[in-house]
Structure formats: C-alpha cells, structure tokens
Design a protein around this ligand. Structure first.
Ligand SMILES: NC(=O)c1ccc[n+]([C@@H]2O[C@H](COP(=O)([O-])OP(=O)(O)OC[C@H]3O[C@@H](n4cnc5c(N)ncnc54)[C@H](OP(=O)(O)O)[C@@H]3O)[C@@H](O)[C@H]2O)c1
Length: 347
C-alpha cells in the first residue's frame, strides 16, 4: 500500500510502498479518509515523545477518519507500530470506531478530535471528582488544543475561564468566546502578576497546561498562598503539553501550602472511547475555528520535517494517500510535484 514512511530517526517522511498491515485479533482493516498532523504525530515520528518505540522505519499518524468495508465513516486510531494512520489502509481495534454524525466534516474531525480530547477528558474526569468546575485556567490557550480547551471548559460548565497565551490574534478569539485573557510576556514576575490579577483571588479548580516551562513557573508563583488561615482551594493540575519547555521548577511552598495535585492527561487507551463525547463533533468543531493551526510563523521553527513548508495560518494539514502529498485543508489535488507540501481530504 501507499504510505508516508519515516525511514530513520530525524528523516523526512517519504511517499512510498509499505507492506499491508497485519490484521491481528480484535482488529479490522479500514481505508483512510483524513488524518491529522498533530504535535504528537511529529514527536513520535522523530523519536522525541516518551511513547516512541525508538525503531524505524515507521508510518506516522495516531488517528484518522476512515471508511469501513460497509462504507461507514468512523473516527479511529491506535494502530500498532510500525504502522500509523498516514497510510492507505490501517488495522484498527474493532472497539475503537466512533461513527461520524451525519454531515460531519471528516477533515475537521480528523484534525480536531485529538486536540479536543486533550481537554475534554480531564474536564470530564474533574467533573466526576467535584460537583462543579468553577474557574478553569488554560495555559497556552492560543494553540489548537488550547482554544478548544477554552470552548470545552465552557461546554462543561466552567463559570470562569482564564486563558493565557502570547498570540494576540488567538487571544482575541478566546476573549470573544468569553474567557478572561492573560497576555504572556515571558517575564516571570510580570506574567505571575497578570495571572494573579486575572484569577482575582479565586484559585482555579482545574489548570490545563499545554506549555509548561516559564508560563507554568509564573502560574506556580501566581497560585502561591500567603497567610496561615485555612485554605479552601482544591486545584487539579493537568500537564498536557510542553510547548514552552520540558522543565519547570515547582516551589516547595506551593505544594506545602495548597491542596494541588496532578491529574493524568492521557487515560488508558482502552478506556478512552467510553469517556468521549457521544459525537466527536462536540469536541472538534469550534466556533472559534480552533481546529486550524494558529499561525504559520509560530509553527515553522518547530516543524521537524525539513523541506516541508509550514502550515498556513488558516488551514489544517491533511495527507492524501492518493499521491502522497500533504495539502492545506480545502485544496484539492494539484498537478505540481510539491511532495509533502499540503494537505487534502481524499474522498
Ligand atoms: N496529551 C494529549 O493527549 C495531547 C493532545 C493534544 C495536544 N497535546 C499537546 O498540547 C500541546 C499543544 O498542542 P496544540 O495542538 O495546541 O499545538 P499548536 O496548535 O502548535 O499550539 C501550540 C501553542 O503553544 C504556544 N506556545 C509555544 N511556546 C510558548 C511559550 N513560550 N509561551 C506561550 N505560548 C507558547 C504557541 O503560541 P504562539 O502562537 O505564540 O507560538 C501555540 O499557540 C502540544 O505539546 C501537544 O503535544 C497533548
């Protein structure tokens, strides 16, 4: 079959022939319709993600919208390495087939479910622990996952959402959606003061952190308590991503003085579908248009596949098994030889 193939660590993905997937028990073959190029797809392919197998060649891709043998459109994933979803065919678990609602855009679903679930699952888990969400703080609210997190927090009943990030256009979008916005500057004291002011003395019940690094350290400073009276806060901190750095210092006094704990961002794969929204559209279709990348300039330095142009500001990126090209969303097959340069839905 045709597939995108990463032949060794750090190599560019190539369009080529790969053996058909071996269908093991509990799995079935489906055909690709659209697959998202999420940050995890790139970090697994380059071996940087903790879930990487560390062996190549491999087909990248963690999830997809696919067509079953009887013609149904499903959202699916969890393909066994070295296989991935950027391939004509994939063997997916029979238990992981979420039927698309009628009229749903396969491309929006393929691009939006992974970043959408990143907030949806911890929000639902937190709701099971507490009667109400109260205030939710979203760190890195300007990316695809962060913008969807703001939307999902409101959908799940948050009374207030504080959204912190540095991309002004995306901050405007989350502000229009009702969030209290904090423009991060990279200056620790300034960011801590701005976060503290936005929370107005009411610590959040849930922090969804897509960036870690300096913004997380500023948040720890903003959450730090002063005084010895009883603390009523109960803060669940979910580390979802590390776009701003893989390390952040946690002050001892914060852990000593506050009830603050970590909630796992990634539930066991076998449990995931039961806690998903009934329709994947719920967490992937955004009134803010958040299923598209925030800006080309912000993404290009991190794009790990040299030779592949960065995504455009207003487009998603999709891989077409028809000719191996990646094209921006909505752009149909072109005749140019721009291998790996865009995205497309295939049907
Ligand atoms: N665990 C999961 O299940 C899961 C699922 C989805 C995503 N994630 C993780 O969540 C993270 C975000 O994913 P995404 O899809 O939203 O990525 P994305 O669309 O590329 O957005 C990344 C965002 O991070 C921001 N950022 C980068 N460095 C920053 C800094 N120093 N200070 C403030 N903001 C900064 C960027 O802002 P600028 O525009 O200003 O550059 C951008 O808006 C990734 O680490 C991803 O792996 C995890």
């Amino acid at each position: 079959m045709k597939a995108a193939i990463v032949r060794k660590r750090g190599a560019h993905p190539e369009y080529g022939e790969f053996p058909d997937p071996v269908v093991t028990e509990g799995r079935g073959l489906v055909d690709l319709v659209a697959a998202g190029i999420h940050p995890i797809v790139r970090s697994l392919a380059t071996g940087q993600h903790y879930g990487s197998t560390g062996s190549w060649p491999l087909i990248p891709g963690v999830d997809a919208v696919a067509r079953t043998a009887d013609g149904a459109l499903i959202y699916t994933g969890y393909v066994e390495p070295p296989y991935g979803t950027l391939a004509e065919r994939m063997a997916v678990p029979v238990g992981l087939r979420v039927t698309l609602p009628a009229g749903a855009d396969p491309v929006a679903i393929a691009g939006g479910v992974n970043p959408g679930l990143a907030s949806w699952l911890p929000l639902r888990a937190r709701l099971q622990q507490t009667a109400a969400l109260g205030t939710v703080l979203v760190l890195g609210a300007t990316g695809v996952a962060g913008q969807l997190a703001v939307q999902n927090a409101f959908l799940c009943g948050a009374t207030k959402v504080v959204a912190a990030g540095r991309n002004p256009a995306a901050l405007e979008r989350v502000s229009a959606a009702g969030a209290v916005v904090v423009a991060l500057t990279g200056d620790h004291d300034q960011d801590a003061a701005a976060l503290s002011a936005a929370m107005s003395g009411q610590p959040p019940g849930l922090v969804l952190d897509f960036v870690w690094g300096e913004p997380a350290e500023a948040t720890f400073a903003a959450l730090q308590r002063h005084g010895r009276e009883e603390d009523t806060a109960d803060i669940a901190y979910v580390e979802v991503g590390a776009m701003a750095g893989s390390v952040a210092s946690v002050p001892a006094a914060l852990l000593r003085s506050r009830r603050i704990g970590s909630l796992a961002a990634e539930p066991a794969p076998s449990r995931s579908p039961t806690s998903w929204p009934r329709h994947p559209r719920t967490c992937s279709a955004s009134p803010m248009g958040a299923s598209t990348p925030p800006s080309a300039s912000s993404r290009s330095p991190r794009w790990p596949w040299p030779g592949m142009p960065p995504p455009r500001a207003d487009r998603g990126w999709w891989w077409s098994p028809a000719d191996g090209n990646l094209r921006p969303r909505g752009v149909r097959r072109r005749r140019s030889a721009m291998a790996m340069a865009g995205a497309a839905r295939t049907r």
